[in-house]
Design a protein around this ligand. Structure first.
Ligand SMILES: NC(=O)c1ccc[n+]([C@@H]2O[C@H](COP(=O)([O-])OP(=O)(O)OC[C@H]3O[C@@H](n4cnc5c(N)ncnc54)[C@H](OP(=O)(O)O)[C@@H]3O)[C@@H](O)[C@H]2O)c1
Length: 243
């Protein structure tokens, strides 16, 4: 997806304050950053490490709109360091996009323990650590979102496959339900987003949707939920996904 001046939306008509995007180097995260910039929002987006990424090209094209920060969400020390660097900032939206899949499609029992731990720590534990660390930087009526997956639905799991990945997103969903229960009655909007099966490195070439078919809809759905307190598990078209 490329942004040109001609398709840039007028920020005055789209509204929305600053966004903190965790995991914006490539794939869906990069496209989210691009879409928010197109809608006139200021985005602090993170990469891992010091290597140049496509996000750096986007930031070069929009130096006033994108700030690049660094965090590996599986490293609590890096989360704390980023939190310290962002002290005093506020965001309308915190969105945790970072996630991984297993390279192989073993059953859960066949999965090497290291692979199991890596996926669970990255997809289920670390997003909650990020949310707990940054929640006080999000406006009280703002939104905290996480990239889940339709595969995180326990109810819809009738075809099986991708067992560990599915399990990690189902665990993420459950941890967000526990988080929401702990914050019941608060005005914040909480979102678990299922972006559809999308052609990225993770989604693969055979995926049903292009990034352009998913991400503008993801952003539209997030905007539409703004100001709706409580936890929503929705897909890119705003349809509720069964738990
Ligand atoms: N594509 C799909 O069909 C699909 C469907 C449902 C849900 N999702 C979810 O959408 C999210 C993005 O997926 P994608 O398809 O865009 O995958 P991707 O192209 O593989 O990108 C993954 C992103 O997550 C970042 N990341 C991974 N581990 C990280 C860590 N420990 N700390 C910080 N950042 C980390 C990566 O950074 P690096 O560049 O440093 O590796 C990259 O920016 C994931 O949560 C995925 O589970 C994707």
């Amino acid at each position: 997806m490329t942004t040109t001046n001609s398709d840039a939306l007028d920020p005055r008509s789209t509204g929305g304050g600053p966004v903190l995007l965790i995991g914006g180097s490539r794939g869906l995260g990069l496209a989210l950053a691009e879409e928010w910039v197109r809608r006139g929002r200021h985005v602090v987006a993170t990469v891992r490490g010091s290597a140049r990424t496509p996000l750096h090209d986007l930031a070069d094209a929009h130096p006033d709109r994108i700030e690049i920060e660094t965090v590996d969400i599986t490293e609590p020390g890096q989360i704390a360091a980023l939190r310290a660097r962002l002290a005093g900032r506020t965001f309308d939206l915190l969105f945790v996009n970072a996630g991984i899949a297993t390279q192989r499609d073993d059953s859960v029992a066949q999965t090497p323990t290291d692979d199991f731990v890596r996926v669970m720590v990255t997809n289920a534990l670390s997003p909650l650590r990020v949310i707990e660390a940054f929640e006080d930087l999000v406006e009280p009526t703002g939104t905290i979102g996480v990239m889940s997956s339709g595969q995180g639905s326990v109810a819809n799991n009738e075809s099986g496959g991708h067992e560990v990945y599915r399990g990690s997103k189902a665990a993420l969903n459950t941890f967000m339900r526990s988080y929401a229960a702990r914050h019941a009655g608060q005005p914040r909007t909480l979102v678990l987003m299922a972006p559809g099966w999308v052609r990225t490195e993770l989604g693969g070439e055979g995926a049903r949707l292009t990034i352009d078919e998913s991400i503008p809809n993801v952003v539209r759905t997030l905007d539409g939920l703004q100001g709706s307190p409580g936890l929503h598990y929705v897909d890119y078209l705003g349809r509720t996904v069964p738990w």
